[in-house]
Design a protein around this ligand. Structure first.
Ligand code: ADP
Ligand code: ZN
Length: 608
């Protein structure tokens, strides 16, 4: 038998295993069950693909993501692996052929949805086939409490009874303890070996920018960092999605909308284009994303605050699955903070549920207003300690300045009090800055002691102050939904004393020009610092890859990931033997594409 490491090199073209891959593969080969928790992009698939190649029989991969099966199988075929999938899109003839291959032992991997596996015809076929293993992907779908719940997943425990000798591996990127326990009980994995990885995504740079105009901020983020890159822009509403997509197109980027208001067909088409074309932006509501396997998403931008940190982490996690530098960028302002607070207030959930929601909102706002390392805070939220600040988030790269805002806070809070807790932030700011305003005069608020006592700060600065006072729970929004601000008990504590026990420290407004997500030449494809020459060779190789992908009707990354093209552009191999040294090129891919890419490199060398 070949060794797993040999397969890793000869088939996948990689030199070393990552994380616990080697141990997991070893356990499965020995016939043990495994549960593995690995972050997105951690390299889960290889954990069952290599054992399926090494053990006799076919590896059965169970996944709820029917739309992705084609791409997963294409990727395997490109490596020379005998893979197939069964789902409702297959014609009866195709289906029969695949079933024959299964019975004849001519498949290494067979992908299917759980409902397919559970039907009696399929079980009958499996009874008569030799099985290498069962891989249960997206295993968190067994969890009743999660948002991806699939009831068929709960029936998968029967695999253990029906095929006691076939090892099973359950895989997920969902971290929390409760889900983990549920997977173990529901799938009868009590005896499984459990491998848990750090959930850190070190290649993702996190930045959360407060901004008055989020469109301008998005545009400078894109032009500075991602001139030609693929990425996802999340908006809260369908209307927002359509408007931003249109606006990006007007600006000269190719952007496609994705939300529940589009037909199934349009959604499918836009998703497909996103997967298959380079440099496309998808503008989406959160309906987009589950199981987006595209490895070269270079950025995820949030135009609004996500509802909680779980959602933020999951959505940003779609960036940089290939391990190359990627950006998670968010723009938020006073309105977002008010909206998120209102959303929690207005939900008609039960008290206890509401309390949890409040905590989650607090945590999300806390992350935004944080002055320390974002990654440390994110990981801490998931009970993981990171010893040192990460050096790869906005706060680490340029630490925010804070200032003693005690007096400004007292002015703001007393203005809320004197106007009777009946107004929103904009009105209060007008009173504080002494703005001529008919409504203020009508209410006689130009006679108040707080009238024009805050002119030392600009309107934008006051917005920042109010945003932070809401985020830090000095001010609460009323439940009626008009954005009226009221004092909290925390605020009263501050108002009653002339000398507060601790100064109120707030973040200073960042200058927009400092909002660089990551130092990088424009036009770079999120790669490590490529020289100008290497960058243009990379672009040339990317064009070659696109052309090959179109000819075969597969996504470009199925041919080679960006990482492989980057290495080619730097190393510039001249022989087929040297091609094998490039990460991501195994024997089959070398045989298929070696010559073409050597020619591409050679041609570039002679033309430049
Ligand atoms: P996940 O399913 O955990 O999100 P994948 O299995 O899709 O991640 O792997 C992410 C990327 O990492 C893929 O391009 C894969 O080929 C690559 N990869 C996996 N294992 C290794 C390894 N040991 N060395 C280099 N690249 C790897
Ligand atoms: Zn950091």
């Amino acid at each position: 038998m070949q060794s797993p490491r040999h397969i890793l090199k000869s088939v996948f073209g990689y030199d070393d295993f990552r994380h616990h891959q080697a141990e997991i593969i070893d356990a499965l080969i020995k016939g043990q069950d495994v549960l593995t928790l690995m972050p997105t992009g951690g390299g889960k698939s290889i954990c069952y693909q290599i054992p399926a190649l090494l053990r006799c029989g076919t590896g059965i991969v169970i996944s709820p993501l029917i739309a992705l099966m084609q791409d997963q199988v294409d990727a395997m075929r490109q490596l020379g692996v005998r893979a197939a999938f069964l789902n409702s899109t297959r014609l009866p003839g195709e289906q029969r052929a695949i079933e024959q291959d299964l019975l004849a032992g001519e498949l290494d991997l067979l992908y299917m949805a759980p409902e397919r596996l559970l039907n009696s015809h399929m079980l009958d076929l499996l009874d008569r086939s030799q099985l290498a293993l069962f891989a249960i992907d997206e295993a968190h779908c067994v969890s009743q409490w999660g948002h991806d719940f699939r009831k068929e997943y709960q029936q998968l425990s029967m695999l253990h009874e029906r095929y006691p000798k076939v090892p099973r591996i359950a895989l997920t990127a969902t971290a929390d303890q409760r889900t983990r326990d549920e997977i173990i009980t529901q799938l009868a994995l009590q005896k499984a070996r459990v491998f848990i990885n750090s959930f850190d995504r070190p290649n993702i740079h996190y930045a959360i920018a407060e901004s008055g105009n989020s469109r301008d901020a998005l545009w400078s983020f894109l032009t500075q960092n991602h001139a030609g890159d693929a990425g996802i822009v999340y908006c809260l509403s369908r209307k927002g999605v359509d408007a931003i997509a249109q606006w990006l197109n007007d600006k000269g980027r190719v952007a496609l909308p994705y939300h529940a208001g589009l037909t199934q067909d349009e959604r499918q088409r836009n998703q497909q284009r996103f997967l298959r074309e380079d440099g496309l932006i998808i503008v989406a509501t959160i309906a987009f994303g589950m199981g987006i396997d595209k490895p070269d998403v270079r950025f995820v931008a949030h135009m609004n605050l996500p509802k909680n940190i779980e959602a933020y982490y999951q959505e940003t996690g779609r960036a940089g699955r290939d391990g190359l530098p990627a950006n998670a960028w968010m723009s938020y302002g006073l309105k977002d903070v008010i909206n998120l607070r209102l959303f929690t207030e207005n939900s008609d959930a039960e008290e206890q549920f509401k309390r949890v929601m409040h905590q989650k909102t607090d945590a999300m706002l806390g992350l935004c207003e944080l002055t320390g390392c974002r990654r440390q805070a994110l990981l801490a939220y998931f009970d993981e300690a990171l010893e040192q600040p990460c050096g790869n988030c906005d706060n680490c790269v340029s630490p925010p300045e804070t200032w003693d805002a005690t007096i400004a806070t007292q002015k703001a809070l007393s203005c809320v009090y004197r106007t009777g807790e009946r107004f929103g932030a904009q009105y209060l700011i007008h009173v504080l800055t002494g703005k001529e305003d008919e409504r203020i005069q009508r209410n006689g608020h130009d006679q108040l002691s707080t009238w024009n006592i805050g002119s030392e700060h600009s309107g934008a600065e006051w917005r920042g102050i109010f945003r932070q006072l809401i985020a830090h729970a000095y001010l609460a929004t009323d439940a009626e939904g008009y954005g009226v601000l009221k004092l909290t008990s925390k605020a009263w504590g501050l108002l009653k004393r002339s000398e507060p026990p601790q100064p109120v420290m707030l973040r200073k407004l960042r200058k927009p020009s400092k909002e660089k997500a990551k130092k990088k030449k424009s036009g770079a494809a999120g790669q490590q610092d490529l020289s100008v020459q290497d960058q243009s060779l990379f672009e040339a190789l990317r064009a070659l890859r696109s052309q090959l992908a179109r000819e075969q009707n597969v996504p470009p990354y199925v041919i080679f990931p960006d990482r492989t093209l980057v290495e080619m552009a730097i190393v510039r191999p001249v022989t087929l033997a040297q091609m094998l040294d490039i990460s991501g090129i195994g024997e089959v891919k070398r045989a298929r594409y070696g010559e073409i890419f050597l020619a591409g490199i050679c041609q570039f060398g002679s033309s430049s």
